[in-house]
Design a protein around this ligand. Sequence first.
Ligand SMILES: [Zn+2]
Ligand SMILES: [Zn+2]
Length: 668
Amino acid sequence: MAWGMAGTGRTRQPRWRHRLGTLSPLLLGALLVGCPSSPDDSVPDASPAFTTGPPAAAPTGPTGARWEIVEMLRDARDLSHHPSDGGGHASIESSEPPTIVAGGTGRFTLLYEVGPHGVATNGMIFLQVSPFWGWSTPQVTQATAPGYTTVTPIPGDIALEPETLDRQLLGIRNVGRPLALGDRIRLVYGAGAGAARVDRYAERGARFWIAVDGDGDGVRAVLSDSPTVDVTAGPPSRMVLTAPTIARPGAPLRLTVAILDAAGNAGTPVTGTIIVDDPPDGVSVESPLVLTPDDLGRGTLIATATEPGVLRLHVTGPGGLRAESNPIIVSAEAPRVLWADLHGHSHLSDGTGTPADYFTYARDVAALDVAALTDHDHWGILKLDEEPTFWEAIRAATARFHSPGRFVTLLGYEWTSWIYGHRHVLYFEDDGEVLSSIDPRYESPRQLWQALAGRRAMTFAHHSAGGPIPTDWTIPPDPVLEPITEIASVHGSSEAQDTPSRIYAAIPGNFVRDALDRGYRLGFVGSGDSHDGHPGLAHLGAPAGGVAAIIADEATRPAILQALRARRTYATNGPRILLQVALGAHPMGSTIAAPDDDTLIARVVAVNPLARVDVIRSGAVAASFRGDGARESAVQHKLADLRGGEYVYVRAVQEDGGAAWSSPIFIE
Ligand SMILES: [Zn+2]
Ligand SMILES: [Zn+2]
């Protein structure tokens, strides 16, 4: 999904020039899509912007289509610009304090130097700080308030009129003589007592976007060398201990420890020792983990468990930080569970941080087995489908981090259709293309599936019940390319009206359960859709997140593709819950002719106490079992008279709202 601003255009010659249209402030406001993890910037969850229908003159189309965004993107794409747009050079002279901490404040001195094409009278220069994550809006009227910005021309005979044009956007109009090569403008962002509030998510290369409308016609272009600053994690605040869900008796068991700040950011230098507290009988741990500042607060411990059963380990670290692991099921025969986050964003669209930082967090902090970075095809200050270097950066990082057997990466992007709903596309091979949702060849789901036919690829509809845009479920998902749907993410759950952490702006009748009632056979995954650079742990900074459990014997692309196509998956909204479900001998995700055994069996081993375990049969809750505060539950439920066309799945809900959803079992 998406939040952010749009309005940039495609790359043109000269190479480093990018067009931006004029932006309607109202529309931009609507595009800063509410997100549970960005309360400062969010518009209300139920913003009318999400639910208003198409304007009178708009083409007809699916319920929920966001025609105003489509029109804006098309307009921006079709703009023409003057050679002076995007001209000149920008740099950062200083930032104070020397280390900029997430969620803190800073003062930044930027220098813009006019290029050879100049800036005409009435031309404009823009400072756009990231429209995400709480940077102060640059403003020139309140000297003591955050974001106060001074604008100083060099030399002094230049006449400028700066004005805040929108959230995070300052425009500086040239009201005097034309500016020429050699003229400069110094900007101090955060010049007043209130300084400037910065991103609350740590990231390398947070950009101060400088744009220029050189001829004053209202069309601007971004300087690709717009200066950047690194934002580092805040003080240690929490520790996360992650273990494999399934461990084999006697085999080495890797425990991943990460010390994070209050917003879930990693990377704080920490010194100290981490020990496993009182390991139970049958569990041995290799020497304690000693962290040096170079470890940036993360490391691994190797343990061995010999006795079958459920294990929860505890660790104590520096500063008294403590953590409990997710449940570990020590078993010789339980099918292996791989944890995946198949959907998230970096600063190459509207997220935070670099692709390498994204995969590093996924592997070393969140201890995922599988990760995909899926930046938007055409959304953000600059657009992936117009920047070949962006796609190359994603491909290179995906290839570099791919380590079969240990950590699987998948190449992907988000097909960000504001007509039919968003889908992310994953390739299970080294190469793939960005088939853009605004390219007339790929602008409908059917066109997308035609283009992907025969490929080792999959598509996943997400935030499908509502959120920033619902999925058009009148189009049946391609059974080969889309056998799975993302049911939970930071946007909430799209499962059903009665789901825990229901998605905002949900459209009745458009939930995943309604899609199943149409006869679609969809398995379930969760994924973070994280924009904060925290794949696998998006729920730390939001009321809910999402991860996918994939039942596969080995961590390889072919095994994962096979498991996904067979719907051997379940979803959670963050916690690493074990969920095993079968109808007779048939595991979750199966399609069966007629049940030889009509007893549904479910086993849940939760992270926190369970509120209930629900059995959902063909559109309704057929049975609900109380959790009674226990963290484990075993359920058996007879499903009398199962008929062709029916489906059944299990939903486990913790008292804290954490939840897991099995893929359904379908009766043919
Ligand atoms: Zn997304
Ligand atoms: Zn999306």
